[in-house]
Design a protein around this ligand. Structure first.
Ligand code: ADP
Ligand code: MG
Length: 702
């Protein structure tokens, strides 16, 4: 149960004064929490932190206030000058003075009676806003703040500025946040006294107060002690909940997977190549995990083209040797079929029975597959999220491999877990996730890395080309195709609309069709499954030699003899995505080229991205650059700003805290696995506060 002291923060924001359903919808757009399955609450407002401040501490006096500056002035009201009757274009002016001079406070479309009340003649008032000098006369148009001198304290000298969305006025938002803040109770301290002292953390409530009511612009920096305190709270909550989930998941297990090695040996013999050293190492690590009675939770990271699939296959073979079944899940239909196409000849050669299951298998065929999985006749299955469905039952799922993990949510991971008797899990990702992000997303999951590419690979030459040289490029592609090369042509990413994205692909297809005739193919996300397969097959087998594609081919598609990739409007893509796309070539022994076609003028970030692409093929370096360039928003999740899955913590500013939080969480749970001590109880409050209460529920179940 949620500690009752948090109740005031768990009310919907519509219970705050001035927040109706309309305003609530607008506020929901800017709070950092994930609101996909609940309404916004007061607590979400508390964690909506300002991104900058307006500094109103400058009080130079009227005569010395520079034009354009935000200043605060202490003045005496002298006289009102309403506009002549009937002339709306002349503003209402209120003249006021201090010892240095006179200023006109200027109001358009003014409400006269309001002004008379706010600025009575003879009264000393404080005004704050932007100075303007016009023909040697100072004025301030629509001051941001007006207060009587006696109420000077109500004027925020360092005013927090919050993220905004159209239609939401800063005043309304500030008022709502102010109310939410008043609801923050005094909370028991969950932090370790030592960490508090070393980091000079304030208490949580004080930290929130300081950031929302800054006395200094530095208070609103992620580097301030107050913000770091909140980030640490959030990291600690995350690490504790991951540790609890992990502990529970491991407890479920109890089956070592071992085998006589015959299947694995046969598969290795059937491979047309030798495994790389890091493939062998990864397999050794995986095998050791499989043999342990605890459950495996391992992440296999390997850059595009590093050969993860075969590692998956050999791991799955071990599960079968041990008498179980194994499943490989891919995020898209194309990818699932491709995995199937590359794995099944090998698998069948050594006598494994393998099936593919996506949304497309229907009727009789589907029924047969489902029956085969249930009675154990099928050893291996490759599929999409269709595998998560309830109708899919395994006789004995011993290992689940998930490819391109970041596209699947935690829920789906858990759904898969429920399919077997606590199956071992191998998660594969081609996105080279920096270590810090692995930690935030997966906790201390074990990690195997494929650090080298298979032997014989050639580096990919990457060139950038402005769009006005398109014709020249098409000519060169025609020559390349005539020489027998294969070309991917990626159409621009259109963020706003899949529709437009599709159109651009179809347009490019028809404009190039006259040049390439029946050697050109098209594949996009809206095609029927069978059409997509056909387009991929034709390209793979060389019937078509230039394939126009949307980003559906971003992950995993494998046509080893494709040697050229053209990416249109490369400036619209993020680094990680460009890297993924480029990884479609350079998979065979022939030299490959990547052409980044861009539209001038390039922004600074886009320029930097393209040059990083030219400079390096190293996925880890690219991921780090990506983090630096645009925050980590798109590396793992879809949120525009901040660190995915976090409300206040920012990886780029708080990475150091993450490591401390992980150790802290471990130590805490070793000493107090049930969260029963005084600190443990306080930590429960922390978990609820950051929406990690699913972990608390596990405690009760376990
Ligand atoms: P990814 O890690 O991107 O999923 P894949 O598993 O699709 O990479 O492998 C990319 C290509 O490299 C495939 O054509 C695969 O057959 C080939 N490959 C995998 N391992 C080796 C190896 N040790 N030597 C040579 N080629 C390999
Ligand atoms: Mg792959």
């Amino acid at each position: 149960m949620r500690p009752s002291l948090l109740d005031p923060l768990f009310v919907p924001i519509t219970s705050l004064a001035g927040v109706g359903p309309k305003i609530a919808d607008l506020i929901a757009k800017i709070v950092p929490a994930d609101l996909s399955d609940r309404p916004a609450r007061a607590a979400d407002l508390v964690f909506t932190l300002p991104n900058s401040v307006i500094d109103r501490r400058n009080r130079p006096g009227i005569a010395l206030a520079p034009s354009g500056a935000i200043v605060t002035l202490e003045v005496t009201v002298d006289r009102h000058m309403p506009p002549p009757r009937g002339n709306k274009s002349v503003p209402y002016r209120v003249y006021a003075f201090d010892e240095t001079g006179e200023i006109a406070l200027t109001f358009f479309h003014a409400n006269a009676s309001w002004l008379e009340r706010a600025l009575p003649v003879g009264e000393e008032v404080i005004v704050s806003g932007r100075m303007e000098w016009f023909n040697g006369r100072p004025s301030m148009v629509h001051p941001d703040h007006i207060a009587r001198k006696a109420e000077a304290g109500s004027l925020p000298l360092v005013e927090p500025v919050y993220p905004l969305t159209a239609g939401l006025s800063p005043k309304v938002l500030r008022r709502a946040i102010g109310q939410a803040l008043e609801r923050v109770p005094e909370m028991p301290e969950w932090q370790d006294a030592d960490v508090m002292r070393r980091q000079t953390f304030p208490a949580m409530r004080d930290a929130l107060q300081r950031i929302h009511n800054p006395a200094d612009p530095l208070d609103v920096s992620p580097d301030s002690a107050a913000w770091r305190r909140l980030a640490y709270d959030e990291f600690l909550a995350g690490q504790i909940s991951l540790a609890l989930v992990r502990a529970t998941v491991r407890k479920l297990s109890g089956r070592p997977l071992t085998g006589d090695g015959k299947l694995i040996a046969a598969l290795k013999k059937a491979l047309p190549y030798e495994l790389t050293r890091s493939q062998t190492e990864a397999l050794t690590e995986i095998d050791a995990d499989l043999q342990k009675p605890e459950r495996m939770l391992r992440l296999l990271q390997g850059d595009v083209g590093s050969g993860k699939t075969v590692v998956a296959l050999l791991s799955m073979a071990r599960a079968v040797e041990a008498g179980g079944q194994a499943a490989l899940m891919a995020p898209t239909e194309i990818l699932a079929r491709q995995h199937f196409a590359s794995i099944s000849p090998l698998a069948e050669k050594v006598g494994l029975r393998i099936a593919v299951l996506t949304g497309r298998e229907k009727g009789r065929e589907r029924a047969d597959i489902l029956a085969g999985l249930e009675n154990g006749e099928i050893n291996l299955v490759v599929g999409t999220h269709a595998l998560f469905q309830e109708t899919v039952q395994f006789r004995d799922l011993a290992l689940a491999v998930i490819d391109e993990q970041h596209r699947f949510g935690v829920h789906q991971r858990l759904a898969m877990t429920a399919k077997g008797d606590a199956p071992d899990m191998l998660v594969m990702t081609a996105t080279p996730i920096p270590r810090t992000l692995v930690l935030t997303a997966f906790g201390d999951m074990d990690v195997s890395r494929l650090t080298e590419k298979p032997a014989g690979r050639q580096p990919i030459r990457t060139v950038t080309l402005p769009f006005d040289r398109l014709n020249e490029l098409v000519g060169r592609m025609r020559d390349a195709v005539a020489e027998g090369q294969k070309v991917y042509w990626i159409c621009p990413l259109v963020e706003e609309s899949e529709e437009v994205e599709l159109m651009s692909a179809e347009e490019r297809f028809s404009s190039l069709k006259p040049v390439f005739g029946d050697r050109i193919g098209l594949v996009h996300g809206r095609m029927k499954g069978a059409e997509k397969d056909e387009a991929m097959r034709a390209f793979k087998e060389g019937e078509t030699r230039i394939l126009i594609a949307t980003t559906v081919i971003e992950v995993g598609v494998d046509v080893p003899d494709a040697t050229i990739i053209v990416i249109e409007h490369a400036e619209r893509f993020g680094l990680a995505q460009l890297h993924q796309l480029r990884g479609r070539v350079g998979r065979g022994s022939k030299a490959s080229t990547c052409v980044l076609l861009y539209k001038d003028p390039l922004g600074e970030t886009a320029k930097r991205r393209l040059s990083v692409m030219r400079e390096t093929e190293d996925g880890f370096r690219i991921a780090e650059e990506d983090l630096k360039l645009r925050g980590e928003g798109e590396l793992l999740g879809t949120r525009q700003s901040g660190t995915p899955g976090f409300q206040v913590a920012r990886i780029e500013a708080h990475a150091d805290l993450l490591e401390i939080a992980r150790d802290d969480a471990r130590l805490l749970l070793t000493r107090d696995p049930e969260l029963k001590t005084e600190r443990g109880q306080a930590v429960r409050t922390l978990l609820y506060l950051f929406g990690r209460d699913e972990a608390v529920r596990l405690l009760r179940a376990g």
